[in-house]
Design a protein around this ligand. Structure first.
Ligand code: MN
Length: 417
């Protein structure tokens, strides 16, 4: 099928990552009406007010967008998702809709983006073989095998904190906590001195499932609406001291940043690839996941300087396997659940998706282009994750960005405000 072309009057340049191949959804308000949130769709350098457009052109679905976020639309299910995407594609490629749409378009740099949906439960996986191998080597250099014995049999994950997921642009305050300094046998309390980022891809659950019933991998596209970018901010010193023996807790839960645009799965159909985990000896519920690996090129910059370009396509576990695994015990899905891939790392050093890997546990700073270098993040640093995926006919599907600036810690003696 030929890629539809946006109307001339929209002035979307050919090859734009937010052409008709993408059409991601978000929640925005304009500077003139900051309290009035609308569902928006990104097209070129503008945002279409979908709350308004649906009232005019698709009144049967207008209710889905009236709250100004994606919650109702997520719950409406895959037939509604397909109907709205088809509508948008028609409206934005046929001149006859100009009069209905023109006044509903706003420059993207003139709007404030909000959290696109109410995050229900949050799960973070550990699905990159290279990342898990790197971390294993950094923490257990003497071990013969860096991967734990379970790693190739199931997608390892943990339940995180949904309430501290923030939209791109929200500043992130350096957390305080307990850590044990190297060479000491006693912990200290204070601001984290090993603040890190993790480059990840997140998957947004639309329709819920029934407790006690598994969701097979084959039903991935019925339940999962789309994907976004995730920065799983991590305080390595807090994490290291508290994770004896349980998993990530306060070293992770202080903040997680997501991109404001949710790219629907329908926009990623040309990016699908087979994942390396599809072996014949996998547990059957993980073996029939189909080709839901995704060819996404990620990039992470500190203060404008790119420090790594992690490739998503080589991820060992794909998101359909993650979905099947997180429900295989009968745990149910809720509208707005988010599950993330875990740090994405490729085989080359400049493809590692976290500072702990890029600096090999803090041993050697990563170049930041200005001569200063970083082993860990400093106050004032801005971390920006961006990505594009393979689209139809050589196009790229844009994800936008997940950005956040590090604020100094509240002084530990001051208490929290
Ligand atoms: Mn993570």
């Amino acid at each position: 099928m030929a890629l539809p072309i946006p109307c001339d009057w929209l002035e979307v340049p050919q090859g734009h990552p937010f052409g008709l191949q993408t059409l991601p959804y978000g929640s925005f308000s304009s500077l003139h009406h900051p309290a009035r949130r609308r569902v928006g769709v990104r097209i070129g350098d503008r945002v279409l007010d979908l709350t308004g457009a649906a009232e005019r052109l698709l009144p049967g679905r207008a209710e889905d967008f009236r709250d100004g976020n994606l919650d109702r639309f997520l719950a409406a299910g895959d037939a509604a998702w397909a109907q709205v995407r088809a509508g948008l594609t028609t409206w934005l490629s046929q001149d006859q809709f100009r009069s209905a749409l023109e006044e509903l378009l706003t420059p993207a740099d003139g709007v404030t983006m909000h959290l696109p949906f109410t995050v229900a439960d949050y799960v973070d996986f550990y699905a990159s073989e290279q990342h898990a191998t790197n971390v294993g080597k950094i923490f257990r250099p003497a071990a013969a095998e860096p991967l734990a014995p379970n790693w190739r049999h199931l997608p390892v994950g943990y339940h995180g904190r949904a309430g501290t997921i923030v939209v791109s642009g929200t500043p992130v305050r350096r957390p305080c906590g307990q850590a044990r300094p190297a060479g000491s046998d006693w912990p200290v309390f204070g601001p984290s001195s090993r603040l890190d980022f993790e480059v990840e891809v997140g998957f947004v659950v639309g329709t819920e499932s029934v407790m006690g019933e598994r969701v097979p991998a084959a039903r991935f596209a019925e339940h999962v609406f789309g994907a976004c970018l995730v920065n799983d901010w991590s305080a390595r010193d807090i994490q290291g001291w508290e994770s004896m023996p349980l998993g990530p807790f306060l070293g992770k839960s202080f903040a997680t940043t997501i991109s404001p645009w949710v790219v629907p799965l329908a926009a990623l159909s040309h990016a699908r690839v087979m994942s390396p985990s599809l072996r014949t000896d996998l547990a059957p519920y993980l073996a029939d996941s189909g080709d839901w690996g995704l060819d996404i090129d990620l990039e992470v910059a500190i203060n404008g300087h790119v420090v790594a370009r992690p490739p998503y396509r080589t991820q060992y576990w794909n998101p359909a396997q993650m979905l099947a695994h997180l429900t295989v015990n009968g745990a149910s899905l809720r509208v707005g659940d988010l599950f993330a891939s875990g740090t994405v790392s490729g085989q080359e050093r400049d493809q590692f998706g976290s500072l702990i890997e890029l600096t090999w546990g803090g041993e050697s700073p990563v170049d930041t282009g200005d001569g200063s270098g970083r082993t860990w993040l400093e106050d004032g640093d801005e971390v920006v994750i961006t990505a594009t995926a393979s689209g139809p006919q050589g196009s790229r599907v844009g994800f936008g960005d997940a950005r956040g600036q590090v604020l100094p810690a509240w002084p530990p003696e001051a208490g929290l405000p």
